[in-house]
Design a protein around this ligand. Sequence first.
Ligand code: UDP
Ligand code: MN
Length: 463
Amino acid sequence: MLISRCKLIKYPEDLPDVSVIVTFHNEAWSVLLRSVHSIINKTPKHLLREVILADDCSDMPHLGEPLEKYFVDYQKVKIVRATSREGLVRARLRGYRVATGAVLVFLDSHIECTEGWIEPMLDRISRNWTTVVTPCIDVIDDDTFGFRFQGAKDMFAGGFDWKMVFIWHSLPENEQKRRNYEDHLPYRSPTMAGGLFAISRAYFTYIGTYDDGMDIWGGENLEISFRIWMCGGTLETTPCSHVGHIFRKRSPYKWRKNVDVVRRNNIRLCEVWLDEYKQYYYDKIGIQTLPEYGNITSRIELRKKLKCKSFEWFLKNVYPEMWVPGESLAYGQIAAKTQPYCLMGDCGYGQTGKPISLVNCSSGHNKVMYLTMAKEIKRDNGCVDYSGKPGIQMESCHQRRGNQEWEYREDNTLYHVFSQKCLEISQDGQTLFMNTCLGTDYQIWLWNRNGPPGPTRNWNSLD
Ligand code: UDP
Ligand code: MN
């Protein structure tokens, strides 16, 4: 259900008008038309300046002449085409160059706008031209194309991890509090998913549009998110605006040969915006020397010209929940004292609930774990979790202590605070379990008592 408070809000008549820019590359006919018609039908006429379809050199026949013919009587629909495959960023910029509306809304080509989707975003931007707004993104089912509406209970803000992967997380308590726990109010988000957002055209120009050296897909959403915050803007989501998006199981189009495009885009973003924190990304992906990533001089100049703040400022002020590896209380492999086994916690993206296991310490697996400031034992996006029931598993880190609060005590035991039990390895070295803390050798674990090299947030030197 749409939050009922949203329906009661009256917006001014004179909101700024919008150019909606939809980039596409080999999109299905019905899916593209669904997107465009929902934009036309759900946007009040006087607010819609135009819909710009930016074709990134599609080669599917229906996207050529048939598309032109279909929209020939639609005055507001404009089609611009790239003659070679340019990727998402340059396709969007192609749309931007012909746009005339006061506000730009970038959308993917497999979406559906809902009633009242545009007003809440325009309202925010009309109050402050440096506010960038995203709608709530609902799920359009990849198999049935059904629309799944997301209610106020599932509000998510955007984050990222040190692999430079965008992640969703629930709204932190301080942000809930700032909004007086009112579900209909916009909330701040450290990053955005990137597919759908509204921005003043003047502001988009002022903050340097996009990095046009970024190819195909990836990285551009974090780049513009960091840039907005670090250069004085605000990024927020309004729960009163809803747009559905088809989340595909895998990427449906061709990538470049012999180049890791996402990595190259990420390196560009790290070199310009991450300061010394870029090392964490390079450590995560395991590169010592950087592969070719193009020229970034103009982007570095942009950062200087706009007098943008440091990445450390961003972490401290915008994303204090972010985990910073250098701040760990312990890190490295966790080895049993009695046997040559180490703890292994597997938790890939969207993969939780796996029991932690034991593997040979000298095996090739990456078994590095971190004891975070929130007292979690962390690996990737998973944290060691003990619910009191048999089994110790990896779950999504929640930073709320409880089942995920651990201490690495002076006597080298791993103490679970809530249950007051210690982690123990069985005598045959095959299983792990929680037991009363006795300090026996089976409860002793060898771990490094410091963080990895790398920057920390220097809490005192920043406002
Ligand atoms: N896109 C494009 N050129 C590319 C890759 C993507 O124009 O080389 C468009 C694509 O058609 C879509 C948008 O950029 O409208 C975002 O891509 P996608 O939907 O694959 O990203 P996701 O939503 O999966 O993150
Ligand atoms: Mn998409």
